[in-house]
Design a protein around this ligand. Structure first.
Ligand code: IZC
Ligand code: ZN
Length: 430
């Protein structure tokens, strides 16, 4: 949102732990760096014009801003953990309807892919999304964004992919664009026309690939509706060869590649991500060792989605092995109605620790600065550093590890977006 800047500076003081993640704006953190949160105890931040002006100990800032103290609105953060606003780098935010019926079927033994092959799954949400008007979609998606915000999320990536024909892909992207303009959360848009082969192209999938490449992608680029281009590379959806063509077509039109890779079966998706220079490869539950090595060499961010593995009752991706191999890891909700209907990034951090071998510090890095780099926003958000957008969260706990430890609880109390207090003491005020 283009938020008008106020002239009143904000002075956040005395955080018990101020998690800064300093020095990480140029590249995502890898290996042992992912543990380095650069915490300041009794930390303070001076915010003005929507930006962070200074970060340091309270003693330092109180001396620096002595003359201007009276002008500022003071936020007392004593006893509180403060982190950068959380970033969710992979969501299917804009969609209509829900799929409780499939949840029940899966509990009785049906698989995600069987349901999809029988015309449900993504196809079911596509039918609902095509039927929904722009305004209905806006209303449903806004509700989800409001819930994200209350949990401390201030930037969200959003994909299309439930239209699967131009009119409705465009509608989804326009809804995302309107949300970016009108909601306090910043939205980063991804075109995902290649999310599934629509029913009427079932017998001629390559014609649909051509349609995405030759007609949809150029229009997305011409209208400035997205900055990333994503594809569901999975057996029974798009082959690695089709995925490569779609991602290369996007690159020609200035859309940076992302890929849903190796989610259900090993399918050389991680290798393809490295080969095409994808900004991120997402899921990676079944990624090969060679694929992980290739990603480490290429600097591709692994966006891991442990909520999806949990909800699909599958084995999680091996975050530990990826971090140890030098792959920058980010975490995301994958918020979508089929495989991860959640908006809780803190819950995802907990699953990252319990199911994927991450440490609490790595999980926090993965939902802040590395998540920001996964959507090319590392220079703007994801750490608390001079010049960055003033997106901060203040919690009712004093130790960062409480976020991953006391799970299923919303610890976020105050959320500041671009220098404005949007949530105060758990209540939306802006
Ligand atoms: O609606 O099932 N995996 N895409 C790829 C999804 C899950 C979303 C859905
Ligand atoms: Zn997804």
């Amino acid at each position: 949102m283009n938020i008008p800047t106020t002239h009143t500076p904000l002075f956040l003081r005395h955080a018990s732990q101020l998690v800064t993640l300093k020095g990480s704006s140029n590249a995502p953190l890898t290996g042992a760096e992912m543990e380095q949160l650069h915490i300041i105890e009794d930390g303070s931040v001076w915010i003005e014009g929507g930006r962070i002006q200074h970060v340091g100990t309270d003693e330092e800032l109180a001396a620096l801003y002595k003359e201007r103290m009276a002008e500022a609105e003071v936020i007392d953060a004593s006893g509180s953990l403060v982190t950068p606003g959380l970033v969710d780098p992979h969501t299917h935010l804009v969609h209509a309807g829900s799929r409780e019926n499939e949840f029940e079927k899966r509990l009785q033994g049906a698989t995600y892919m069987e349901i999809m092959a029988a015309g449900g799954g993504i196809h079911s949400t596509t039918r609902a999304t095509r039927e929904a008007s722009h305004d209905q979609l806006l209303k449903e998606s806004r509700r989800r964004l409001d819930a994200f915000l209350l949990q401390g999320v201030t930037t969200v990536e959003a994909k299309s992919g439930y239209g699967l024909e131009w009119e409705h892909e465009k509608k989804q992207l326009e809804v995302a664009q309107e949300l970016h303009r009108t909601h306090m959360i910043d939205i980063v848009s991804t075109f995902m026309g290649a999310h599934a082969v629509p029913a009427d192209y079932k017998e001629r999938p390559d014609e649909f690939v051509d349609l995405v490449m030759n007609e949809m992608i150029p229009e997305v680029a011409r209208l400035g509706l997205a900055e990333f281009n994503d594809v569901f590379c999975e057996r029974g959806v798009f082959t690695p060869e089709q995925s490569r063509r779609i991602l290369e077509a996007g690159k020609k039109h200035g859309l940076a590649p992302k890929i849903h890779a190796d989610e259900i079966e090993p399918y050389a998706g991680a290798e393809l991500a490295a080969e095409v220079g994808a900004v991120s490869a997402d899921h990676l539950l079944r990624a090969s060792e060679e694929g992980i090595k290739a990603m480490a060499n290429a600097g591709t961010v692994a966006v891991l989605l442990p909520g999806t593995a949990f909800f699909l009752m599958a084995d999680s991706a091996d975050a530990r092995a990826m971090i140890d191999a030098g792959v920058p890891v980010a975490l995301s909700t994958d918020c979508n109605p089929g495989s991860s209907p959640t908006v809780s990034l803190p819950l995802i951090m907990n699953l990252g620790c319990l199911k994927m071998g991450m440490t609490p510090a790595e999980a926090l890095t993965a939902t802040t600065i590395n998540a920001a780099h996964a959507i090319r926003r590392g220079h703007e958000v994801g750490s608390l550093e001079k010049g960055k957008k003033a997106d901060l969260v203040l919690y009712d706990v004093s130790d960062y590890r409480s976020l991953q430890y006391a799970y299923g609880v919303n610890h976020a109390r105050t959320v500041i977006k671009a220098g404005h207090v949007i949530v105060r003491d758990g209540v939306r005020v802006g």
